[in-house]
Ligand binder design. Structure first.
Ligand code: 13P
Ligand code: SF4
Length: 318
């Protein structure tokens, strides 16, 4: 896209946004030009939280579908749009509400913890939601003597099982982008950047091996490996004394990391880690969304109410 066309679209979007009294919220993986035009750039949980704080009756969610649903659940009085309703998520697609109900029939006294990357219908079947940042704290807060099912991400669930020492049932779902980031990628980058700090999203296929390096006494990476959500990556990059970082997640987050820390260097664990669903949101689609008030995302009130209960229980834990 030419620079002039991009500037025209950006001006059009800003004018429509003002006219509609809208707020644009973008996930950290969005295209740079979408991040530039957004009021908020954040991880999935902070997008929903910020949406409730903003005094805007119309929210345009530049992210994937479950994020727009989460915004709708958290903001019952607001209208929520997504510029492309087909922006899905391979991880969220691995599980349906019936799968959770099936587990409950064999574990009637069990508790279900759902990572936010799932549909509203799955959240509604869960007892607690969690994010990649607080999954360990949520599981630690549960009573010890009940069976627990963790859905839908296998790598995050296994990480939580290891850290808490709890015998969780873990759903076998994975994100195709993060699962592809394996131990060989980490080995290669450790050789290339021996002094770098590693920022690793817990959905990654390499999360076990990075945990091992982080804990190994005397290893070069000991104390310099952080298994964190995308928002925590931005926080860590700001506060860390390190100059160089290897970032194991979708590459869209690098734009924000570099913009906020121009004096530091950021390297993708793998440049191929791109989520095609996130990249489906373009300036044209965002303009059309604001202009034609499409595509509205709604969640049936009973589903939203039950999903909100699971989210509120998570927030009560912290
Ligand atoms: P965050 O919750 O860190 O934003 O991650 C969301 C996501 O889609 C991970 O792939
Ligand atoms: Fe879903 Fe993976 Fe894309 Fe995140 S990166 S939105 S988990 S497919």
């Amino acid at each position: 896209m030419g620079v002039c066309h991009m500037m025209d679209l950006t001006s059009e979007i800003l004018a429509l946004k003002a006219e509609r009294g809208a707020a644009i919220l973008a996930h950290n993986y969005q295209r740079p030009e979408i991040q530039d035009v957004a009021d908020v750039v954040a991880d999935s949980l902070r997008m929903a939280r910020r949406a409730t704080e903003l005094d805007a009756p119309l929210l345009v969610i530049c992210g994937v579908h479950f994020m727009a649903e989460t915004a709708a659940i958290a903001n019952p009085g607001k209208r929520v749009l997504i510029p492309d309703p087909d922006a899905g998520c391979s991880l969220a697609a691995t599980i349906e509400a019936d799968d959770v109900r099936g587990w409950r029939t064999t574990h009637p006294d069990g508790l279900v913890v759902a990572y936010v990357n799932c549909s509203a219908a799955v959240k509604a079947e869960a007892d607690y939601c969690c994010t990649s940042g607080n999954a360990v704290a949520v599981v630690r807060a549960l009573p010890r003597d009940v069976p627990v099912l963790f859905v839908p991400d296998f790598f995050l669930g296994s990480h939580v099982r290891r850290v808490t020492g709890r015998a969780l049932d873990v759903w076998m779902g994975e994100c195709h982008v993060h699962a592809a980031l394996g131990p060989a990628d980490v080995e290669a980058k450790r050789r290339e950047h021996p002094d770098a700090e590693f920022l690793v999203h817990p959905e990654c296929g390499c999360v076990t091996s990075t945990m091992y390096y982080a804990a190994a006494d005397g290893d070069v990476a000991a104390g310099r490996t952080h298994i964190v959500s995308t928002e925590e990556m931005t926080r860590r990059a700001r506060t860390s004394p390190a100059r160089r970082f290897v970032v194991a997640t979708e590459t869209g987050v690098l734009y924000r990391l570099r913009r906020e820390n121009p004096d530091k260097e950021f390297y993708a664990l793998a440049e191929s880690a791109e989520c095609r669903f996130m990249k489906q949101i373009t300036l044209e689609k965002l303009r059309d969304s604001l202009r034609d008030l499409k595509h509205e995302v709604t969640v049936p009130p009973d589903v939203a109410g039950r999903a909100r209960r699971a989210i509120d229980r998570m927030l009560a834990i912290g």
